[in-house]
Structure formats: structure tokens, C-alpha cells
Design a binder for this molecule. Structure first.
Ligand code: HEC
Length: 181
């Protein structure tokens, strides 16, 4: 008994240490699933491929194919609302849905395939995205786009890479000649 007690205590202590480490592990896993931890680069890449065609690289939107894409810089939507809009699209507008089964299970505005997809009320995206990819895009929009003012030269270079000629139109006077090749 006297010999076994310390062992039991040590065992209990080890168990407590192990348990204490669990919430941190669970949290970082949850963050990864939500696309939060350092996944901005991936969100940006996905934004560039899937969204910039209509919303422009700066997210400011404007006219073009698909109608007037709203400004994501001026949007009032929160994370959940952005995820819903990207997943489900917006019926009756040029904003396409990006989740493959969006209208298969009634989770988008309670609407089904036959209500909206067949008759062209809602457009399908060119590429469908998985929920973690949509979350990564939403986090990118929240971090780098929403609430930002007019797009500027530095921001453009940060998006396209140093020296990108597409950014010349934002270059302020002489700075353009110095920085852009
Ligand atoms: C084919 C063009 C097109 C593509 C591609 C597109 N959008 Fe849109 N988006 C639109 C249009 C048009 C609207 C405006 C809808 C309306 O009038 O309500 C819009 C609206 C939105 C809104 C609502 C903004 C608000 O404040 O109400 C969000 C958020 C959004 N888009 C995000 C995205 C993201 C993120 C992507 C990439 C995954 C994307 N869109 C891809 C055309 C597009």
C-alpha cells in the first residue's frame, strides 16, 4: 500500500498533464479545419482563382461578367454570412454558388435544385470548393479585403508580387519608375 501510493499519484499526475495538453491540441485542430491558422496564403490563392474574376483582385467589385459584383471591401457581412453567400450563391443575381451540393440538401435558404438550379435562378461556379476552402477564402476576405479603403500601389504589389506591371496604374508618379521594372 505504502509502496503503491506514490505510483498512483505519479500516474494521476501524468494523466492530468496529458489531459491539460488536450484542449490546446483540439483547439489548433479546430483552427485548421476553420482555415484560421496561417491559411491566409491559401485563402488568397483561392480568392485569386475563384473570386477575382468578378470581384477584381482588390475585392472592390464593379461591373463585368455576371453583373455588378458587390464590393467586398465595403461589405457588412460577417464570417458566417460570407461563407453562406459563397457556398450558396445569391439566387437572382450573378453571384454563383461554390458548394457542389448546395441545393441538394435544402441547407441553402431552404431551396432545392428544382427551385433554382434547373431554371437558372442561381448560377453554379466554374469550380466547386470544399467547406474548408470556402472558410479559408472568408478568412482572407475578412483579414485583407473587408473594411479596406481604396486599393493602392503597395496593396497591389503585395497581391501580385513585387514589380508586377498590372499594378502600374496604381503607381504614384515617380515611385512607379523606381519600383516597377
Ligand atoms: C461570376 C461572377 C462572380 C464570382 C466568380 C464571384 N462573385 Fe461574389 N458576387 C457577384 C455578384 C454579381 C454579386 C452581387 C450580388 C447581389 O447583387 O446581391 C456578388 C456578391 C458577393 C457577396 C455579397 C456581398 C455583400 O455585401 O452582400 C460576397 C460576400 C461575395 N460575392 C463573395 C464572393 C467570393 C468570396 C467569391 C469567390 C469564392 C465570389 N464572390 C465569386 C459575382 C461573383
Amino acid at each position: 500500500m505504502f509502496i503503491r501510493m506514490p505510483r498512483l499519484l505519479a500516474g494521476a499526475l501524468l494523466f492530468l498533464l496529458f489531459a491539460a495538453s488536450l484542449p490546446g491540441w483540439a483547439q489548433s485542430t479546430a483552427d485548421q479545419v476553420a482555415g484560421k491558422s496561417g491559411d491566409l496564403a491559401e485563402g488568397k490563392r483561392l480568392f485569386r482563382v475563384n473570386c477575382a474574376g468578378c470581384h477584381k483582385w482588390h475585392g472592390g467589385g464593379g461591373g463585368g461578367y455576371g453583373g455588378d459584383a458587390l464590393s467586398l471591401r465595403k461589405t457588412k457581412l460577417d464570417r458566417a454570412e460570407i461563407i453562406e453567400t459563397v457556398s450558396c450563391g445569391r439566387p437572382g443575381t450573378g453571384m454563383p454558388y461554390h458548394r457542389r451540393d448546395a441545393y441538394a440538401d435544402g441547407t441553402c435558404y431552404g431551396l432545392h435544385e428544382k427551385d433554382v438550379v434547373g431554371n437558372g435562378m442561381v448560377l453554379a461556379a466554374n469550380n466547386f470548393l470544399r467547406p474548408p476552402e470556402i472558410a479559408a477564402i472568408a478568412d482572407y476576405v475578412l483579414a485583407e479585403v473587408k473594411g479596406h479603403g481604396e486599393p493602392n500601389y503597395q496593396e497591389c504589389l503585395a497581391f501580385f508580387g513585387p514589380g508586377s506591371r498590372v499594378c502600374d496604374i496604381y503607381a504614384p508618379g515617380d515611385a512607379a519608375k523606381k519600383t516597377a521594372p
